[in-house]
Design a protein around this ligand. Structure first.
Ligand SMILES: *[C@@H]1O[C@H](CO)[C@@H](O)[C@H](O)[C@H]1NC(C)=O
Ligand SMILES: *[C@@H]1O[C@H](CO)[C@@H](O)[C@H](O)[C@H]1NC(C)=O
Ligand SMILES: *[C@@H]1O[C@H](CO)[C@@H](O)[C@H](O)[C@H]1NC(C)=O
Ligand SMILES: *[C@@H]1O[C@H](CO)[C@@H](O)[C@H](O)[C@H]1NC(C)=O
Length: 447
């Protein structure tokens, strides 16, 4: 038997989204998280350094605001005997999490914390299932602003008897059709009724019951049809397993998330996982990773040691055009593929995903051309093919990487895109009279 992805059926049950005060969670979160840089080896100084660097390097000025503690911040094997509260590790956080929060807040930034909807976190530390109200109240008291809630160590009686079709776990999947349905839920299954959805809702209710506004970020890995209930439950939801600093993994996640973009709008963001920019990807690869994550309106959480980041990688994270697209106050929908390129449209392929992307924004149409090959390829942005451009014509074009006005471009633009790189163009107004037109311009930029 074959099961079709809900996303290809094109409709989802409408719910009441999680709307928080002060527009928290309306746009994708911007910030920094410890996991990709340090995993479990954390101490307070890494967070205060990250916060200082966000300020010093101008990242706060362009919108990065959260400094998020990931796994391993608490005493591993016990809660406080009397209060049942989680206990911050006194070696890693000598002033408690509240002490760290004060230091982060003093810099005008916000602080995030981490737990799991199981008995233990992924690294085996005390977690929140059954203690949701106590933990949410504790974090609120510590003046926490953000919770990342993971999905590890779920006891049997909270484990669903069937699962959604997750491409990366199921392997063989073509054109959105799951071909390995072992243990999968039947077609038409309502995932909002799953035990997984319930575990994440219990924490949502505990969080919104607190006097403090905390952004709620679901880290459920996309396994229990989170596309159906994520918007009602959290501000963002992970759609895959973890990223790692390899090009192959970045492209795999890009391919998967490209099929989930109809579910993204204000208040609800498909989270393609934290950034690996600065962790060994080439400049070209980092540009593709960042541009596409920004375009998909994923949360953008830096995951590298900012005290050592190379200036060319830092400039990518600060790209004002891409951040403006990701954080657009008026347009909530992400960019989407308008053409796959190497493969036929709608092909699910882990190494050759969609290559041609576009999306509307208040500043113009963002056009991305991704080169999955190892060597330079010429890619053509044909205005007739771009849905936002209403049938071609001549437009003002800006090169998003160079920040350079390319003038008025007629009909199409050829760009030589280096291996693994992504050309990024902002297509603005139709050209007015009296402007010089560059016919058949071939642009050789340092993309
Ligand atoms: C699982 O067992 C725990 C402990 O007995 C109980 O509190 C919880 O309600 C159970 N969960 C479900 C979904 O029945
Ligand atoms: C793949 O899926 C798309 C979208 O549902 C559909 O239009 C197309 O015909 C399918 N292609 C094949 C080869 O099945
Ligand atoms: C989430 O809810 C908001 C507010 O109703 C809506 O604008 C948005 O489109 C919803 N997102 C999804 C993914 O359904
Ligand atoms: C992915 O696409 C490439 C390019 O068309 C093709 O060579 C490769 O076989 C595809 N991979 C799979 C698993 O189908």
């Amino acid at each position: 038997m074959w099961y079709i992805y809900a996303f290809l059926l094109g409709f989802l049950p409408a719910g009441t989204p999680l709307i928080l005060k002060n527009d928290v969670g309306r746009l994708p979160a911007l910030g920094w998280n410890s996991w990709n840089a340090y995993h479990c080896e954390i101490t307070e100084s890494q967070f205060t350094t990250a916060a200082e660097k966000l300020v010093e390097l101008g990242l706060k000025d362009v919108g990065y605001e959260y400094v998020n503690i990931d796994d391993c911040w608490q005493i591993k094997d016990r809660r406080d005997e009397k209060t049942k509260r989680l206990i911050p590790d006194p070696t890693r956080f000598p002033d408690g999490i509240k002490g760290t929060a004060d230091k982060i807040h003093k810099l005008g930034l916000k602080i995030g914390i981490y737990s799991s909807a199981g008995t233990l976190t992924c690294a085996g530390y005390q977690a929140s299932l059954g203690y949701e109200s106590i933990d949410a109240a504790t974090w609120s008291e510590w003046e926490i602003d953000y919770l990342k809630y993971d999905n590890c160590n779920v006891p049997n009686n909270w484990t669903d008897s069937c699962r959604g079709c997750v491409p990366e776990n199921r392997g063989d999947l073509r054109n959105g059709t799951c071909t390995n349905p072992d243990g999968m839920c039947p077609a038409g299954y309502d995932y909002s009724k799953s035990l997984t959805a319930e575990r994440f809702r219990i924490m949502r209710d505990a969080i919104v019951a607190q006097p403090r506004t905390m952004l709620y970020s679901l880290c459920e890995w996309g396994e229990a049809g989170v596309q159906q209930w994520g918007n009602d439950t959290g501000s963002s939801w992970r759609m895959s397993g973890d990223i790692n600093p390899s090009w192959r993994r970045v492209v795999q996640i890009l391919n998967q998330n490209s099929f989930y973009l109809n579910n993204v709008d204000f208040w609800g963001h498909s989270d393609a996982d934290m950034l690996e920019v600065g962790n060994g990807l080439s400049v070209q690869e980092s540009r593709s990773h960042f541009a596409l994550w920004a375009a998909m309106k994923s949360p953008l959480l830096i995951g590298t040691d900012l005290a050592r980041i190379a200036s060319d990688q830092l400039e990518i994270l600060k790209n004002k055009y891409l951040i403006a697209f990701n954080q657009d106050q008026v347009v909530g929908k992400p960019a989407k593929p308008y053409k796959w390129g190497t493969n036929p449209d709608w092909t699910f392929n882990e190494t050759f995903p969609a290559e041609f992307w576009s999306g509307a924004s208040t500043k113009g149409t963002l056009v991305l051309m991704f080169n999955p090959y190892g060597e330079t390829r010429t890619k053509t942005a044909d205005f007739n093919e771009i849905p936002e451009l209403e049938g071609g014509g001549s437009y003002q074009v800006t090169d998003v990487w160079a920040g350079k006005d390319l003038g008025c471009v007629d009909g199409k633009l050829d760009v030589d895109v280096q291996g693994h790189d992504t050309a990024a163009l902002l297509v603005g107004q139709k050209c007015g009279y009296g402007r010089k037109m560059i016919r058949g311009l071939k642009f050789f930029g340092d993309w």
